[in-house]
Design a protein around this ligand. Structure first.
Ligand code: PMP
Length: 456
C-alpha cells in the first residue's frame, strides 16, 4: 500500500516540527491528500472540515484556482527576482503598495520575509539598528507577554513565552523579559476587564522601571494570543498597552501573524481598537499558506530613522527569498479574494461559529468558550467550579484530536486541554455546523475517556 510505505519513509526520514520524535515514530504520520473549500481529505479518502485552516493559515480555503493561476503565471513569466542590488519585481512592489495602503496609520514600509518567525527576527534586527541610529544602543532589552508566541527562530523563540520552546535550547536570552498574560479565565486578579488591564499596564511599568526605561527597546503583543491557547484580551487592553509604550518611550510591536488577514474580522486585528503599532508582523493569511511569505510593516518613524541613520551605507539584513515574486503574486490574489467576499463571509461564518461553540458551554467538560471572528477556543476542565484542567499529560489531548479526526473534524488540541479553532474564511453554514456537531460528539466521547473520568 502506498500509504504504508509513506508512513515508513516518513518515520525513517522526515523530521517533524514541534513533535515528540519518538512519539511520532510510534503513532505514524497521517497523510493529507487533497483539499477543497474548508474540507480536506486524507490518504484513505476520509473527508474532514479543516477547523484549523492547516496551521491557522489557509484563510482563503483550499482549491482557490485563481491563486493557483496567479502563481503559475508568475512562475512562467519570472519565477525569481532578488531584491538585492536595487532589483525588484512588479508583484512585490504592487503588494507592498497595496498592503501599505491598507495598514494602520503610517505603517507605510513593507519588508517581506519567508514566514512569521523571520518576520519577528527581522523586527529585532530593525529595532536594534533603529536605536543604533538614534545613538541609543543601550536600549537593547525586549519585553513580551507570558503565553505569547513569536516564532521559532533562536531570538524569536526567546520572545516566545512557552516553556517548550526554551527548555533545552538555552533560552530565553538575558535581554528577553516577560510580563504576566491577560489570560482572563485564569488571572490572579480575577475576571474584571478593567482590573486585568490595570494589572497588565502596572506590570509593564514595573518591568520597565526594573530594567530602566533608558535600556528598554520594545514590547511585543499578539492582539489575541494564539499558540498560548487563543487568549482574548479584554476590550481596550491592546490600546492601553500601546499608550503605555508611547508614554514609556518604547516601541510597540503588534505580531499579527495569526490575527491578520481576516482571522478576527478586519484585515488587521489592531484596527479594532484603532491601534497603530510602530512595527507589525504578518504571515500565514498573507498568502493563505499556498506559498511561504511573511511581512514586517515599518512606521515612517522607524523606517526614516534607519534610512537617514545609515545614509549611504547598506543595512545588512536580507534573505535570498525576500519579496519572492511568486509569493507576492499569490499575496496579491489573496488580498483580492479577501476584499471580494471572503472577509465578509468570514465575519458571517465567525458569528455562526461563536454562537455554535457558545451553545456547548453547558457541556460538563467546557470551562470557557472564547474567541473573535474565525479564531476561537474551548477550554476543557474536569471541574467547572475549580476550573481544574484536564490531566497534565498530553495523552487526553492527543486522543481528543484523534476522536475529532475520526468524527470528521481537524482541530488543534493543545496539551493542556484547550481546543483551538481557526477555520478557513470561506466556510459555508454547513461547514460551521459540522465543526460544532463534531465537537459535541467528540466532547461526549471524551467524557468516557478513562483518564478524564478518573479526574472528574
Ligand atoms: N508569531 C505568531 C503570533 C505566530 O502565531 C507564529 C506562528 N504560529 C509566528 C510568529 C511564527 O510564524 P512561522 O511559523 O510562519 O514562522
Amino acid at each position: 500500500m502506498l500509504s504504508n510505505s509513506l508512513v515508513e519513509l516518513d518515520r525513517a526520514h522526515l523530521v517533524h516540527p514541534v513533535a515528540s520524535y519518538r512519539g511520532h515514530e510510534k503513532a505514524g504520520v497521517r497523510v493529507l491528500r487533497s483539499g477543497q473549500g474548508a474540507r480536506v481529505t486524507d490518504a484513505s479518502g476520509h473527508e474532514m472540515v479543516d477547523g484549523f485552516a492547516g496551521l491557522w493559515c489557509v484563510n482563503a480555503g483550499y482549491g482557490q484556482n485563481s491563486i493557483v493561476e496567479a502563481a503559475t503565471r508568475q512562475m512562467q513569466e519570472l519565477p525569481y527576482a532578488t531584491g538585492y542590488f536595487s532589483l525588484g519585481s512588479e508583484p512585490a512592489i504592487r503588494l507592498a503598495a497595496e498592503l501599505a495602503e491598507r495598514a494602520p496609520g503610517d505603517l507605510n514600509h513593507v519588508y517581506f520575509t519567508l514566514g512569521g518567525s523571520d518576520a519577528v527576527d527581522s523586527t529585532i534586527r530593525f529595532i536594534r539598528y533603529y536605536y543604533h541610529c538614534l545613538g541609543k544602543p543601550e536600549k537593547d532589552q525586549f519585553i513580551s507577554v507570558a503565553n505569547g508566541y513569536h516564532g521559532s527562530s533562536t531570538v524569536g523563540a526567546g520572545l516566545t513565552a512557552l516553556p517548550l520552546f526554551h527548555a533545552g535550547f538555552g533560552l530565553p536570552f538575558d535581554w528577553q523579559h516577560k510580563i504576566p498574560s491577560h489570560y482572563s479565565y485564569r488571572n490572579p486578579v480575577g475576571t474584571d476587564p478593567q482590573a486585568i488591564i490595570y494589572a497588565s499596564v502596572g506590570a509593564l511599568r514595573a518591568k520597565v522601571a526594573e530594567l530602566g526605561a533608558e535600556r528598554v527597546a520594545a514590547f511585543y503583543v499578539e492582539p489575541i494570543q494564539g499558540s498560548g491557547g487563543v487568549l482574548v484580551p479584554p476590550d481596550g487592553w491592546v490600546k492601553a498597552m500601546r499608550e503605555t509604550c508611547r508614554e514609556l518611550d518604547i516601541l510597540f510591536i503588534a505580531d499579527e501573524v495569526i490575527t491578520g488577514f481576516g482571522r478576527t474580522g478586519p484585515l488587521f486585528a489592531c484596527t479594532t481598537e484603532d491601534v497603530v503599532p510602530d512595527l507589525m508582523t504578518t504571515a500565514k493569511g498573507l498568502t493563505s499558506g499556498y506559498v511561504p511569505m511573511g511581512a514586517v510593516f515599518l512606521s515612517d518613524k522607524v523606517y526614516n530613522t534607519i534610512a537617514d541613520g545609515a545614509g549611504a551605507a547598506a543595512i545588512g539584513h536580507g534573505y535570498t527569498y525576500s519579496a519572492h515574486p511568486v509569493s507576492a503574486a499569490v499575496g496579491l490574489e489573496c488580498l483580492r479574494l479577501y476584499e471580494n467576499g471572503l472577509l465578509d463571509n468570514g465575519v458571517r461564518a465567525g458569528q455562526r461559529l461563536m454562537a455554535g461553540l457558545h451553545a456547548l458551554a453547558d457541556h460538563p467538560l467546557v470551562g470557557e468558550v472564547r474567541g473573535r471572528g474565525m479564531l476561537a477556543a474551548i477550554e476543557l476542565v474536569t471541574d467547572k467550579a475549580n476550573k481544574t484542567p484536564l490531566p497534565a499529560s498530553s495523552e487526553p489531548a492527543r486522543r481528543i484530536f484523534d476522536r475529532a479526526w475520526d468524527n470528521g473534524l481537524v482541530i488543534r488540541a493543545f496539551a493542556n486541554g484547550i481546543l483551538g479553532y481557526a477555520p478557513p474564511l470561506c466556510c459555508t453554514d454547513d461547514d460551521i455546523d459540522r465543526i460544532v456537531d463534531c465537537t459535541r460528539t467528540t466532547l461526549d466521547q471524551t467524557l468516557e475517556d478513562p483518564d478524564v473520568r478518573a479526574a472528574m
